[in-house]
Design a binder for this molecule. Structure first.
Ligand SMILES: [Zn+2]
Length: 218
């Protein structure tokens, strides 16, 4: 993982706090309670173009700060962290105060499903997304159902918005997100099995049920 920070100084903090007050009713730029991960794709050609967009701090829907995301996963599997994990980024209306954004570099194809599927089919990138998501899920003890696509955000029970704004983005819809969930669960499950296996004993020799993480914790 590489730290490749965008500018998030006092101006952007001030703008983010004001945005939070308008949309969530609290003047705050810090991200204190992470409850969800939101999957996005950039609909652009490269990591550099995505970084430049997030750095530009251009107004979006007439408001500052500009859009941003905490993480970007490039097509070669490199994970870039653009901000500290404990700052809010504008990536998803109604959820910026309680979620981390994961952008994936991918141009838009014929449909949102095809675009997400292209990422799922690209080995290094998909594995990096799964690894990053599994790590963050465990770090913040997130429920699997709160790992969602941008296209699913308006329907999240965590969605909270004081204005009439709603998301109109179609990136990462439920069927492709379910495929990500299966891979994330598989990685966490495999990790638990490895951790439970004493040295010299293949994990397959163990009773896998005893190593299984509680379902409720997913
Ligand atoms: Zn998005």
């Amino acid at each position: 993982m590489r730290f490749d920070p965008i500018t998030y100084g006092s101006l952007r903090k001030h703008q983010m706090a004001a945005y939070s007050e308008r949309h969530y009713g609290e003047r705050e730029w810090r991200l204190r309670k992470v409850r969800a991960l939101i999957f996005h794709y950039t609909a652009g050609p490269s990591y550099t173009s995505a970084w430049n967009t997030f750095e530009s701090n251009a107004p979006n829907l007439g408001e500052y700060p500009g859009v941003c995301t905490q993480f970007v996963v490039d097509q070669d599997g490199t994970i870039y962290r653009l901000t500290k994990r404990d700052v809010r980024c504008r990536h998803t209306i109604g959820l910026n105060h309680r979620s981390i954004g994961i952008e994936m570099v991918q141009e838009a194809l014929s449909s949102p499903a095809a675009t997400s599927q292209a990422i799922l089919d690209r080995g290094p990138q998909a594995r990096a997304v799964v690894r990053l998501s599994a790590w963050l899920k465990q770090l913040y003890d997130l429920k699997m159902r709160n790992l969602i696509g941008h296209a699913m955000a308006n329907d999240s029970p965590l969605f909270q918005e004081r204005t009439s704004w709603r998301n109109d983005h179609s990136d990462w819809q439920a069927p492709q997100v379910r495929k990500l969930h299966r891979r994330i669960a598989g990685l966490i499950y495999a990790g638990h099995n490895r951790a439970a296996a004493p040295r010299g004993i293949a994990s397959g020799a163990l009773d896998s049920r005893s190593a299984r993480p509680r379902r409720g914790s997913w």
